[in-house]
Design a protein around this ligand. Structure first.
Ligand SMILES: *[C@@H]1O[C@H](CO)[C@@H](O)[C@H](O)[C@H]1NC(C)=O
Ligand SMILES: *[C@@H]1O[C@H](CO)[C@@H](O)[C@H](O)[C@H]1NC(C)=O
Ligand SMILES: *[C@@H]1O[C@H](CO)[C@@H](O)[C@H](O)[C@H]1NC(C)=O
Ligand SMILES: *[C@@H]1O[C@H](CO)[C@@H](O)[C@H](O)[C@H]1NC(C)=O
Ligand SMILES: *[C@@H]1O[C@H](CO)[C@@H](O)[C@H](O)[C@H]1NC(C)=O
Ligand SMILES: *[C@@H]1O[C@H](CO)[C@@H](O)[C@H](O)[C@H]1NC(C)=O
Ligand SMILES: *[C@@H]1O[C@H](CO)[C@@H](O)[C@H](O)[C@H]1NC(C)=O
Length: 648
């Protein structure tokens, strides 16, 4: 895993959050846009706001030594979490009772109260996007931040506050869920492939470049298809059925926990002599915690592609929607038509914001702004760089600690593909790197580029999946993602090279900065002949849900535009769009007390914001803080520490 630079997650800079006690880190990884986007590290999160991280948590826990079970049987794992492997049928349509199974890796951040407590609010499921993103990884990086958002704020002394378990999982074919889906035998062959791809970036003006991308994609997807265990059974519809299983088994677990407590000495003495109407009477506890088989509801927060997953769930199981926040909304109609380029409608406007903020921030806060110039002159300097660098790459001589390199058009595109997802975190760095190329000698950019080219593992070593120490970037993830999104979308295997060329062109017309990279996301689908057994079509995505959906869209999201949130909302009556007035992918890219308050209130009470509500972020890129009202997000004293493993 690349450890390029150590960045504190934006949220860690807020001292008032108790969960800061558990230090976690994001290792930023840098995109290197390649001919084949699905080999591009940045593309691996195509529709996910989160980076792939490598968190080295020393722990004895080992997924492969945990037995899969059709019940949720948790083991403490990764210091503060609980893990389980839930066994489900590979093929939900199979009637055979002993057919092949999938073992879903489930991870839970326990609520700070036991399930028997009146303030226990159930489980909220999370999906990080992708497709192909790891829910386990999401939990490591964002679990505690999300917990601080959805749970009550102590200072507000909400007497009816609810505390939630957070549950995420690695979807079919992803990371710790088995059987896995891999296309490379070892990390060396993966790296060699990856470097070739990086060197031949997709260029919409070059037929040679398009043909190389085409040929590589064909070779790779035909390889991946040989893994025929899981490929037919990775599509989104099956994952929604897995989610049903998770919420049902969670309810089973909840009721067992309650039974055990009631049988225990503590439970007996707590309920002893209480009248039926007392919330801690035996009857009331049973009533509150019992498994309503077949009727359990989903509480869910999905990001990016996770909004497709959520909308698909809401279509198939409208009566099971309890709470659903869909954040960074992808247009399901485009997605199920394998038509990704409309998603870029706002991408280049994020660059315009960059010039504007950089100009406003002045030379001290924005390195590109040499001489305190206007936004349009900043734009001009970047665009003139782009127009020359294709033909005139910059040579940067090596140094004792750095090899000689060149800076190319593709390197710049890789930079944009990474930075535009998260302006708040990255605009200052982007300004420095652009300044180095426009005004300097390329040294800083060369260092940045070199840092992104660290081998997956030392050459010759095969990474140990379980130790986490030399874990490859999730090699499969792009193909996992491709296998999922290609199976979801309409069959495009009859497309010609000319069709591909026009897809690239139309993506480029939408966005000069992300278009070429983005157009390669669906290229693998042309070479992916595997079709799912049970799928869904674009027209079907709609529904009258048992609780209305809360959609969240940023004013300028580079890959999931606000317009998609509004279009999606129309298909689900009663749902509401919350607009966050920020740039970047998903609301989480710009923390906002306002948005967080609305999300918390929605999970706590079910109430939606008024239609047309717009939230401001706490900070803006480069120009900084707006106002951050201080809030105490600690859990109430009386609840103390999470009761991990109490009744296990
Ligand atoms: C699979 O099962 C689902 C749900 O029961 C059903 O809607 C679907 O039509 C089935 N698909 C096939 C191919 O049998
Ligand atoms: C930049 O220019 C603006 C107006 O043109 C001026 O107000 C500001 O003081 C200048 N900043 C610096 C750092 O020179
Ligand atoms: C490149 O520029 C940096 C910063 O201005 C400077 O420190 C470095 O010596 C320069 N390197 C070369 C090879 O000119
Ligand atoms: C995890 O368990 C598997 C199977 O027992 C074993 O091969 C692997 O070495 C273990 N990993 C670690 C880090 O202990
Ligand atoms: C996969 O899960 C492991 C924990 O089992 C985690 O350390 C790792 O970051 C995850 N990998 C990816 C690529 O998400
Ligand atoms: C591919 O096949 C679909 C029907 O399966 C058809 O609608 C479409 O026009 C075909 N495309 C090409 C490029 O032939
Ligand atoms: C790309 O698309 C634009 C706008 O749709 C069109 O004018 C142009 O001719 C296309 N270029 C190619 C090479 O197809």
């Amino acid at each position: 895993m690349e450890k390029i630079e150590l960045l504190d997650a934006a949220v860690n800079s807020k001292p008032h959050r108790k969960w800061k006690l558990v230090t976690w880190r994001i290792f930023s990884f840098i995109a290197v846009v390649g001919l084949l986007s699905y080999l591009n590290r940045d593309q691996r999160r195509q529709w996910s706001p989160f980076r792939i991280s490598s968190l080295e948590i020393a722990d004895d826990f080992n997924w492969s030594q945990t037995n899969p079970s059709e019940h949720l049987v948790y083991t403490p794992c990764f210091e503060i979490y609980q893990c389980a492997r839930l066994s489900v049928p590979l093929d939900w349509n199979s009637t055979s009772s002993n057919g092949p199974q999938v073992a879903i890796a489930v991870i839970k951040l326990p609520a700070p109260v036991p399930v028997t407590d009146t303030s226990y609010g159930g489980a909220i499921l999370l999906n990080p996007g992708g497709p192909g993103g790891s829910g386990v990884d999401l939990m490591f990086r964002e679990g505690q931040r999300i917990s601080a958002i959805v749970n009550p704020i102590a200072a507000e002394k909400a007497p009816d506050g609810k505390y939630f378990d957070l549950i995420s999982w690695d979807p079919r074919g992803v990371n710790n869920t088995t059987p896995g889906f891999n296309c490379f035998k070892d990390s060396l062959s993966f790296d060699v492939w990856r470097y070739q791809v990086q060197a031949d970036t997709l260029d919409h003006t070059s037929d040679i470049s398009l043909s190389l991308a085409w040929a590589r994609s064909k070779a790779l997807m035909e390889t991946c298809a040989q893994d025929d265990q899981i490929t037919k059974y990775m599509n989104t519809v099956l994952v929604t059925r897995d989610m049903v299983e998770i919420i049902e088994r969670h309810a089973e677990w909840r009721s067992k926990q309650a039974d055990m407590w009631l049988e225990s000495r503590a439970g007996k003495s707590a309920t002893n002599g209480k009248s039926q109407c007392d919330p801690y009477s035996h009857e009331a506890v049973i009533e509150r915690t019992k498994w309503r088989k077949g009727n359990e509801k989903l509480q869910y927060w999905g990001f990016s592609y996770g909004t497709i997953l959520g909308a698909t769930f809401a279509t198939i199981y409208p009566n099971r929607v309890g709470r659903m926040v869909l954040d960074g909304v992808a247009n399901a109609d485009d997605y199920y038509h394998t038509n990704w380029s409309p998603a870029l409608r706002d991408a280049d406007k994020v660059m315009l914001k960059f010039y504007q903020y950089c100009s406003e921030a002045g030379p001290e806060k924005c390195a590109l702004n040499i001489g305190n110039v206007s936004a349009s002159s900043l734009q001009q300097s970047v665009e003139s760089l782009l127009s020359t660098i294709r033909k005139d790459p910059i040579s940067v001589p090596g140094y004792s600690t750095r090899s000689p390199t060149i800076i190319t058009y593709s390197d710049l595109m890789a930079l944009f593909a990474e930075m535009l997802y998260n302006p708040l975190q990255h605009f200052a760095e982007m300004a420095e790197l652009l300044a180095d190329v426009v005004h300097g000698n390329g040294t800083a950019f060369a260092v940045y580029k070199q840092n992104n080219q660290k081998p997956t593992c030392p050459f010759g070593e095969i990474p140990d999946k379980d130790s986490g120490l030399c874990q490859p970037p999730d090699w499969g993830i792009e193909k996992k993602g491709s296998a999922i999104l290609c199976a979801d979308g309409i069959d495009v295997t009859n497309s010609t090279k000319a069709d591909f060329k026009s897809t690239v062109n139309s993506s480029y017309q939408r966005s000069k900065f992300l278009g070429e990279y983005w157009s390669t996301i669906t290229l693998p689908c042309i070479h992916w002949k595997v079709r799912p057994k049970w799928g869904i079509t674009a027209d079907e995505i709609k529904g009258d849900t048992s609780h209305p959906i809360l959609w969240i869209g940023n004013t300028l999201d580079p890959v999931t535009p606000l317009a998609s949130a509004h279009a999606s909302s129309k298909r689900f009556p009663g749902s509401v769009v919350l607009q966050q007035d920020s740039e970047g992918h998903c609301s989480t890219s710009s923390p906002s007390d306002c948005t967080e308050g609305i999300v918390r209130n929605y999970f706590q009470t079910g109430d939606l914001p008024a239609a047309g509500t717009v939230c401001q972020p706490n900070e803006r890129p480069l120009i900084g803080t707006i106002t951050i009202p201080q809030k105490d997000l600690n859990f109430p004293e009386e609840h103390g520490l999470p009761l991990i493993g109490l009744y296990i």
